[in-house]
Write a protein that binds this ligand. Structure first.
Ligand code: ATP
Length: 276
């Protein structure tokens, strides 16, 4: 884990990312549903290869932040800069092509398709053969198919899932389905990977394996990862910077050690958790 250092205007940044511009900047981001400000005055900067955590009690606004970043929701106010580019006018698909991929709290796979096809469908935004090549199975189609197959197998191997390539996605055990979701997100070639409760429903050994893979993703693909997670041991072990939300507001930002020692956080979140 790289040392976190304070940089004026950017908060704390992993030392290795200091000379690189941030991958994500949220400036005064907010959204209202009716009268409720689900997220308000949200400011956060994420370094190019940072593993960042977004935590907070149930209903704090964490998933809403992911929905704003991926343009499922249009912000009521504020700006999102992805690699320095304002995403205001972008659709969800455009944001994905520009570099943000996500997984969901509830698994969303094509359960009737094979594991490999699930990955290939995710790659679709990068396939270049035209319709006629596909319909008539022309050489361009087969060439792209080979590239897609090789890439899918490479990504599946990363998670040790290559032998499951032809299995039906819906037949996989729960933990493997969660890993496949991450593979599908990686297949879109993101520069920022958003993971919404990746350890939910996993047993302790699967969670430990996931932690290892989150670090490996960062080190292999050199991308940033932002994760929402209720499993505090995972968050405190893998995240370099942590942002804490409560009732839609950022109540703390800092390193795992700073967050664990922050009285406001303990009162709002960790303290409550311990009492439960
Ligand atoms: N589409 C919507 N319409 C109205 N209210 C919404 C909508 N989406 C979210 N909210 C509200 O915004 C608040 C934040 O919800 P959100 O799902 O972002 O919380 P969360 O921190 O992800 O919670 P959890 O940990 O339980 O998943 C909640 O009060 C929720 O009811």
């Amino acid at each position: 884990m790289s040392k976190m250092v304070p940089v004026p205007g950017r908060g704390i940044v992993p030392e290795r990312d200091i000379d690189k511009s941030p991958i994500l900047e949220c400036i005064d981001l907010g959204i209202k549903f009716g009268g409720l400000a689900a997220v308000d005055n949200f400011n956060l900067t994420i370094g190019r290869t940072e593993i960042a955590g977004l935590i907070g009690p149930n209903g704090a606004g964490k998933t809403t932040v992911f929905n704003l970043l991926t343009k499922v929701y249009q912000p009521t106010r504020g700006t999102i800069l992805l690699d320095g580019v304002d995403t205001n006018s972008m659709t969800t698909a455009q944001v994905n092509r520009s570099g943000i991929a996500r997984t969901f709290q509830n698994i969303r796979l094509f359960t009737a398709l094979s594991v490999e096809d699930n990955v290939k469908v995710a790659m679709n935004n990068q396939m270049h053969y035209n319709m006629w090549s596909g319909v008539f199975r022309l050489p361009g189609y087969w060439k792209e198919e080979k590239v897609a197959h090789d890439r899918a197998m490479e990504l599946l191997s990363f998670f040790g899932m290559q032998d499951l390539a032809s299995a039906r996605a819906g037949s996989l055990p729960y933990g493997a389905q969660r890993r496949l979701e991450i593979v599908r997100a990686l297949a879109t070639n993101p520069s920022l990977l958003l993971l919404d409760e990746p350890a939910a429903g996993m047993n302790p050994s699967e969670t430990a394996d996931l932690m290892e893979h989150i670090r490996m993703i960062r080190d292999t693909f050199h991308i940033a990862i932002m994760l929402i997670e209720h499993d505090m041991s995972l968050v405190m072990n893998v995240c370099e910077g942590i942002c804490v939300l409560n009732f839609g507001h950022v109540i703390a930002k800092g390193t795992p050690a700073e967050i664990q020692a922050n009285p406001t956080v303990i009162e709002a979140y960790l303290g409550k958790k311990k009492e439960a």
